[in-house]
Design a protein around this ligand. Structure first.
Ligand SMILES: Cc1cc2nc3c(=O)[nH]c(=O)nc-3n(C[C@H](O)[C@H](O)[C@H](O)COP(=O)(O)OP(=O)(O)OC[C@H]3O[C@@H](n4cnc5c(N)ncnc54)[C@H](O)[C@@H]3O)c2cc1C
Length: 373
């Protein structure tokens, strides 16, 4: 059996290494020049090329080929490579990830970047000029802002939603985090405002917001969402909704083609998160080997974020009745639905991490016991 994998992110890489270890013939095609690296660590290495290169794997297995796949031909079970060659597959795994949403790409101005891959991180490192604006106040935008600010750059985060980290926090928690971030010199956060346009001659000079505010801006980093990379799947007629539709074994509408990670959609969900990429990869790997372990979407995905000395953690779903308590910078919010803990926000409350994890989806008699600090 010859398995071909498209994409060297965590999902594709994981399946390839495990199949190779089982003696399965595997070929993985990557359109990135560098070897496998941790994508989620890119923001923490911005500004330091040595650190960025140290993220890349030192030794690369011979089944990885650095060439983009440009088409899938299902009738002949072949993929077409950028150099014009074709490669046959018995089983094909599409693990093409997501692409960042790009704004102002028609402006033709220099100094506007996305941060998705290694190449983006190098380009940003080579060309960081203050003042810097970051569009998007989610995890990626805020973490990137804190890291770039550490390099003594003036940074402004523009968040379209009402508050930062709006997928992980409530308004009160987000305010504590924003205030903590803004204690830093030269770091500002503007919420509830969309960026409307950019101005400049050759390079961006201004970011104009919807309310008319003009921000001086010599570098703009776009961190305002991603969309699943489905072009190859679409081109060969696979079923697509928000992403590539898969069944519980990660098979697409063509049973010899799997889709895993950010580019796959199961039960109308494609959250674009690392634990999901690894969970789908595991199901797919087992199914290729003939082991049927149905995919169950991981729930209660914990999120952690570090705003200087303040640890921020969010678990589960923030729905139901909210019970919260704040003592200075320590804040907790417990969401109770049908007498059970549906979600928890902990800010500056490291000691309650085990309690929050253990309590999720469990019944609580008295929520005040949980809020005892
Ligand atoms: C900076 C950053 C920080 C993040 N932080 C977190 C975090 O803290 N927690 C979390 O859960 N998630 C985080 N994420 C999201 C997480 O990285 C993704 O969910 C995960 O990488 C998805 O893995 P994947 O293998 O599906 O796709 P990807 O990692 O996107 O990999 C897909 C690969 O396929 C390649 N490819 C695409 N098309 C082709 C083609 N035609 N031919 C060949 N190769 C192709 C792409 O270049 C890419 O290398 C972060 C993402 C970024 C960018």
């Amino acid at each position: 059996m010859n398995v071909v994998i498209i994409g060297n992110g965590p999902a594709g890489n994981n399946i390839a290494s495990k199949l190779d270890a089982e003696g399965v013939k595997v070929d993985l095609y990557s359109d990135e020049e560098v070897s496998f690296y941790s994508r989620i660590r890119l923001p923490s290495c911005i500004g330091n090329k040595d650190k960025l290169y140290s993220l890349c794997a030192q030794n690369e297995p011979s089944y990885i080929h650095h060439e983009a796949v440009v088409a899938i031909h299902r009738e002949s079970k072949t993929i077409l490579l950028a150099d014009g060659h074709s490669k046959h597959y018995d089983k094909l795994v599409i693990a093409t990830g997501s692409n960042p949403l790009v704004f102002f790409n028609n402006s033709g101005l220099e100094g506007i970047y996305t941060l998705r891959n290694f190449c983006d991180a190098i380009k940003i490192t080579d060309d960081l000029i203050s003042p810097i604006c970051i569009m998007g106040g989610g995890l990626l935008g805020l973490e990137t802002a804190l890291e770039i600010n550490k390099l003594n750059h003036k940074v402004t985060v523009v968040q379209g939603d009402a508050y930062v980290l709006n997928k992980q926090l409530n308004e009160e928690g987000a305010k504590i985090v924003s205030d903590k971030c803004e204690e830093r010199e030269n770091l500002d956060i503007i919420s509830n405002q969309f960026a409307k346009s950019v101005e400049g001659d050759k390079r961006i000079k201004k970011l104009v917001l919807q309310n008319g505010t003009e921000l001086e801006c010599n570098t703009l980093i776009l961190a305002a969402g991603v969309k699943p990379s489905v072009a190859l799947a679409k081109g060969c007629g696979l079923e697509i909704s928000k992403a590539i539709v898969i069944n519980e074994y990660c098979q697409t509408s063509d049973k010899s083609i799997y889709a895993v990670g950010d580019c796959a959609e199961f039960n109308n969900e494609c959250p674009g998160l690392l634990p999901i990429a690894l969970a789908t990869a595991n199901v797919c790997y087992n199914h290729i080997l003939g082991k049927k372990i149905p995919y169950v979407a991981p729930t209660q995905l914990p999120t952690r974020f570090q705003a200087d000395d303040l640890l921020v953690a969010s678990f589960g779903e923030l729905r139901g009745e909210c019970h919260s308590k704040r003592v200075e910078d320590r804040y907790e919010a417990w969401y109770i639905e049908d007498k059970k803990v549906a979600g928890v926000i902990l800010i500056g409350s490291k000691s309650h991490l085990p309690l929050a994890k253990a309590s999720l989806n469990k019944e609580v008699e008295d929520v005040n016991v949980l809020l005892d600090f």
